[in-house]
Design a protein around this ligand. Structure first.
Ligand code: CTP
Ligand code: C5P
Length: 383
């Protein structure tokens, strides 16, 4: 980070930032928190809690610690992951990793005993908040999986309002002012914030791959890491919701195109994303992006709507390859795992929402009692 010295010259100084969390079912809300935390300094250390710690304080996580560690390592703003980070952030932890302060989203986090997990770092003045990403939460995603509707798709794919109302009413069980689910609105600004903004160098070997990349998971991460290793610049084509629905059926994709764009852009192996890529890889696309390799994983692929092989052109050019990610995880596995853990999830979310609602009520009451501003802010931030 550039700082001005007393003599007016600038010098580079490392500002190490600590951020911790569960990171169970990592989504672009977590990535956005990491992005903001990284901006507050120059080096971001993310502490991820172990399965045992999360089970003790929240209930068992859906994703194993090894899966969660790998997902967080793949977020492009993360410089280092500390495994098995303690649930309550201690000053010793900040010292151990040489971090100046700890960052967390502006929601509530309490231990099994209802204690603010950040009370120590707050008291020491070593706590900062970033803005939580509204409209993306595990609760909402679980809602979409359970209700077999397509109201989360792009507007042109939208089914009648009744379905949307049904999903939103399910999410309305979330009463918390911090985490209550609302619709995520993608903006160009958010896409710019997530983008690398890097064009390929003339000598770069451009690799292209396309797919749904729904509920971005560790299988995708392993695949993209290997795809990137096939060249210097990786472009990922994301199929539209309508296209994904055509070949995956039911209410797929669970995440709409804009959400999938952000999930993939947050991955450190990805340089560029094509928003709404065609199913067939055409000569125009290959020439336009100067693609020298087209990659698909070991999963099967369908014919295009006209019955043609979508990889006919790159195969004829001998630039097509199927690579093995070495990871059998699929979007359907994620859905099955989450639905199997549904009751546990609901219990956990209800508990969290109740605690947040109680804290918010206290905050409002104190504000109404006309306490001075600093006291009100202090109490409002208790987690
Ligand atoms: N976070 C965020 N926006 C979201 C979700 C999480 O900014 N939509 C932030 C949290 O505030 C926290 C970090 O991501 O600073 C790690 O989150 P985690 O411990 O996994 O918290 P949860 O609140 O449990 O995330 P979720 O409810 O989505 O599972
Ligand atoms: O199924 P989806 O379209 O999301 O997959 C995107 C790409 O990731 C495909 O090329 C698929 O073969 C690959 N993949 C993989 N290993 C996994 C999951 C997906 O190689 N476990």
């Amino acid at each position: 980070m550039s700082i001005s010295n007393t003599n007016g010259t600038k010098s580079e100084q490392e500002v190490r930032v600590w951020m911790d969390g569960c990171y169970d079912m990592v989504h672009f809300g977590h990535a956005n928190a990491c992005r903001q935390a990284k901006q507050m300094g120059t080096y971001l250390v993310v502490g991820v809690h172990s399965d045992a710690e999360i089970t003790k304080h929240k209930g068992p996580p859906v994703f194993s610690e090894q899966e969660r560690y790998k997902m967080v390592r793949a977020i492009k703003w993360v410089d280092e992951v500390v495994e098995d980070a303690p649930y309550v952030t201690a000053l010793e932890t900040l010292e151990k990793y040489n971090c100046q302060f700890c960052v967390h989203g502006d929601d509530i986090t309490v231990t099994a005993d209802g204690v603010d997990t950040y009370h120590i770092v707050k008291a020491a003045g070593r706590y900062r908040e970033c803005k939580r990403t509204q409209g993306v939460s595990t609760t909402d995603l679980v809602g979409r999986m359970l209700l077999v509707t397509k109201s989360h798709h792009e507007p042109d794919d939208m089914l009648p309002d009744r379905e949307n109302t049904l999903r939103m009413s399910l999410c309305k069980e979330s009463v918390s002012p911090w985490t209550g689910a609302s619709q995520f609105l993608a903006t160009t600004n958010k896409i710019i914030q997530f983008s690398n903004g890097r064009e390929p160098e003339p000598t770069d070997k451009v690799v292209y791959t396309a797919g749904a990349f729904d509920l971005f998971h560790v299988g995708h991460v392993d695949f993209l890491e290997k795809a990137k290793a096939c060249g210097d610049y990786l472009i990922v084509g994301l199929h539209s919701d309508r296209l994904v629905n055509r070949y995956k059926g039911s209410n797929h994709p669970i995440m709409n195109l804009h959400e999938r764009v952000l999930s993939v852009l947050a991955c450190r192996y990805v340089d560029e994303v094509v928003i709404g890529a065609p199913y067939s890889v055409t000569m125009e696309l290959i020439n336009h992006f100067k693609v020298s390799r087209v990659i698909h994983g070991r999963t099967t692929y369908d014919s295009d709507i006209d019955g043609q092989n979508p990889y006919e052109v790159p195969q004829a050019l001998k630039i097509f390859e199927q690579i093995d990610s070495g990871n059998p995880m699929s979007t359907q596995d994620i859905i099955t795992r989450i639905i199997d853990n549904r009751l546990e999830y609901e219990k956990r979310n209800k508990k969290k929402e109740a605690k947040e609602a109680a804290a918010y009520a206290t905050f409002q009451k104190l504000k109404a009692e006309n306490l001075n501003e600093s006291t009100a802010v202090n109490v409002g931030q208790q987690k």
